[in-house]
Design a protein around this ligand. Structure first.
Ligand code: MN
Length: 256
């Protein structure tokens, strides 16, 4: 069983070291890291098309790339590895990827790249930034991966899981719950500063607080101390509104 590990916080982040350290102890499992050289949070599924990518190997054997999370998984799967991994695991991210975060997340983007290549994939994030209780999160990630391998779900038809783990000691974490994504409010205001040369600089503001955190969402489950697991798909089609739009479009075609 071969697992490709990636993240978006960069190959030197504590989260990927903890994840690698935990997964490498699984029986019959080989793990390999290909991760971004620098922090690529919020790079989603971006690929680098207009500049070359270089791969270097760190002292600990992790390979790092001057590109995005999706670049790392993409080049790993299309030639760098020389084999097809059974599972792609991304993280552990420094902070939550819940609700609409999943659209922007490079952690999810890396996992999604594996999924798009037909390989089962999991994105792991800790709910709070700062790496508190990271070893507990890594142990929980190991437990989830072990369970999935035990059920022969890796190497089969692809699926994509988004997992958020509260920053709590392992014994205090409540059981994993399958959840839908919640929603956040619109993001906070842009932050404007003056550059030393008198120009306005704009900094993207923080993600807003949860707007839909009702029971059944990832926000609700993690607030109660549960590990949230959301199965994701990539089809963005609004299936419910296709009928309405078909009527609108048929009126257009009729010249009405
Ligand atoms: Mn990140």
């Amino acid at each position: 069983m071969k697992i490709l590990i990636c993240n978006d916080d960069g190959y030197q982040a504590p989260g990927i070291a903890a994840l690698h350290g935990a997964l490498r102890t699984l029986d019959g499992v080989e793990v390999e890291v290909v991760a971004p050289e620098h922090n690529n949070s919020a790079k989603s599924n971006a690929l680098t098309l207009h500049s070359p990518l270089y791969v270097h190997t760190a002292h600990n054997g992790f390979r790092y790339v001057n590109g995005t999370p999706a670049d790392c998984v993409h080049i790993a799967l299309t030639g760098l590895l020389g084999y097809r991994p059974d599972l792609v695991v991304s993280g552990i991210n420094n902070g939550a990827n819940m609700g609409d975060d999943t659209i922007y997340s490079g952690t999810v983007g890396a996992a999604m790249e594996g999924y798009l290549f037909g390989i089962p994939a999991i994105a792991f994030s800790q709910v709070d930034k700062g790496w508190s209780e990271l070893e507990a999160a890594a142990a929980k990630a190991r437990e989830i991966v072990a369970q999935i391998l035990g059920q022969q779900l890796a190497g089969a038809a692809p699926w994509l899981l988004n997992v958020n783990i509260p920053n709590m000691p392992l014994a205090a974490l409540r059981p994993a719950k399958v959840c839908r994504l919640g929603r956040r409010h619109a993001a906070e205001r842009v932050i404007v500063q003056q550059s030393p040369r008198g120009e306005s600089m704009y900094w993207i503001g923080g993600a807003g607080p949860a707007k839909d955190d009702a029971e059944g969402t990832d926000f609700h489950a993690t607030a109660q101390g549960h590990v949230s697991i959301t199965p994701l798909k990539v089809d963005l089609t609004d299936h419910d509104s296709m009928g309405d739009w078909a009527q609108t479009v048929s009126r257009l075609a009729a010249g009405g």
